[in-house]
Design a protein. Sequence first.
Length: 155
Amino acid sequence: MLKKILAVDDERHIVRLVQVNLQKEGFEVATASNGREALEKVAADKPDLVVLDVMMPEMDGFEALKKLKEDPETAGIPVIMLTAKAQDADVFRGWQSGADLYLTKPFNPQELITFVKRIFQSRGEQEETYDISDEDTFSVDDIDESLLLPPGESR
């Protein structure tokens, strides 16, 4: 059964980068653009893991993380914070709020994939080990910008 991952970021190119790379590794990936939408999708879709940005409109990632960890139904879902907020106080807040991992942008998609798989392996949810090379991932430069725009819209 495919593992479901929710990628949450208000920057479309980042959420698409996460989505494309995780899908290429065989994960089912849903997306959200803010913390409020993330909580709605978690309630509806029950993902196995959440990749969560911090700085977003409507509800930031720290608040969304707090709500996820306070709810007994979602407290056990692993959360990877993926954010540009790299100050020690921000990292500490992420750990203190219950993040399973705190990655800062810019990030290497290989690193994210490796950590996602390690989280599942550590929970006994995935038995295989993986060897990921640079050829197996996409960078921001590799993604066709037309994929990021709504249908019919162009720059």
